[in-house]
Design a protein around this ligand. Structure first.
Ligand code: SAM
Length: 343
């Protein structure tokens, strides 16, 4: 309900025209203020809790994704700690929000030094809003330092969640969403990037990476080298914006599309996880049937135990990548074959 009103008024994306901005500025406050008052009273929740650090997500492209709670926080927080103050005011303008609190720059380079000073204010009862340029604070953006210090000092910290490119891309990728991992940006240098990717060869969860335009071609080469052409993926660009585009297919196909039609704008890569067979093959810690058979024979000899009991022990000690266990009958057959010399 709340967002519908904001959406009604603020239709445009990051590149809002001046005329639209004016109409948004004229139209939003009355609507939203009324709405916020209703929310304040009807739900029993406090939109801007005093004596609290509040992280808030901001739109990643489409201004209309701003929540009513973000609007209230911008207007009413005592202090706004923003990654870039100019971008903060730009967002507030587009939303027609009046930032009444003190605004401070809070970015990667000063967040550790500034966290305690801000928390001192929170301890005195101030509400401190933390926002980054786009999306969720702390997700490849500032915010984590103050969360950690707040936890250490026993100071309340909460979040007004909202847009983040990770979940947007994952949901649109069409790849499994039940288990996924977020890998942030890949390293800049080829050797380090390959090392990071090699470590993910046996990863079975869907993997989400942020990527930049000038590295996408090199990264696609490396993804191809490590995961092969058939591994499914999605290249998601300009999410929530007018030129949003999702390219889906095998890594080989997407790499070719990056060569033929280089993508522009902001990018997220979503890569399907390894299937069981690939994971077992690629995981250096996973032992094959013969290796498990040899270990079982050694255990049986050293402990004077029955071979079946030793197999059960060894199998339990070496789970497969998906958490299941190797087939004991197969290992027993391998033990017999090794003993007979037929293996
Ligand atoms: N905190 C942000 C979030 O929650 O998504 C991420 C900030 S990180 C510094 C910026 C990166 O996020 C971009 O380089 C891109 O990989 C990704 N990103 C942000 N907005 C995006 C969008 N609209 N479309 C695609 N990717 C986006």
């Amino acid at each position: 309900m709340v967002q519908m009103h904001v959406v009604d008024v603020v239709r445009n994306t990051g590149g809002m025209e001046t005329e639209d901005m004016q109409s948004a500025q004229e139209g939003v406050p009355a609507h939203v203020d009324e709405l916020l008052q209703q929310l304040d009273h009807s739900r029993g929740t406090t939109l801007v809790p005093p004596g609290t650090v509040i992280l808030a997500a901001t739109p990643i492209g489409n201004t209309a994704d701003a929540s009513a709670r973000l609007f209230a926080l911008l207007e009413r927080a005592d202090i706004v700690a923003a990654e870039d103050t100019r971008r903060l005011y730009d967002l507030a303008n587009r939303l027609g929000a009046h930032v009444s609190g003190k605004v401070i720059a809070y970015h990667d380079h000063n967040e550790r030094n500034k966290a305690d000073g801000l928390l001192d204010e929170v301890a005195q009862g101030a509400s401190v809003l933390v926002v980054s340029d786009a999306g969720m604070p702390t997700i490849n953006d500032p915010g984590l330092a103050i969360v950690r210090r707040a936890i250490e000092r026993g100071i309340p910290v909460t979040c007004a969640p909202g847009p983040s490119a990770v979940l947007d891309a994952l949901a649109l990728s069409g790849l499994p969403t039940d288990r996924f991992c977020y890998e942030g940006f890949l390293p800049r240098k080829h050797a380090e990037r390959m090392q990071r990717l090699r470590a993910l060869r046996a990863e079975q969860r869907t993997m989400v990476f942020y990527e930049t335009l000038h590295r996408i071609a090199d990264s696609m080469d490396d993804l191809l080298a490590v995961f092969g052409p058939g591994r499914p993926m999605a290249l998601c660009r300009e999410l929530t914006k007018d030129y949003e585009e999702i390219r889906r297919g095998g890594i080989g196909k997407i790499r070719q599309s990056v060569i033929d039609d280089p993508p522009r704008g902001e990018l997220v890569l979503v890569i399907g996880g390894a299937d069981n067979e690939t994971a077992a093959r690629e995981d250096p810690n996973v032992l094959g049937v013969d290796e498990l058979a040899v270990l079982s024979m050694k255990r049986s000899q050293s402990q004077g135990a029955r071979i079946k009991d030793s197999i059960a022990q060894i199998v339990a000690e070496h789970p497969l990548p998906d958490g299941s266990f190797a087939n004991r009958k197969e290992i027993y057959a391998a033990v017999l074959a090794l003993r007979d010399g037929t293996r």
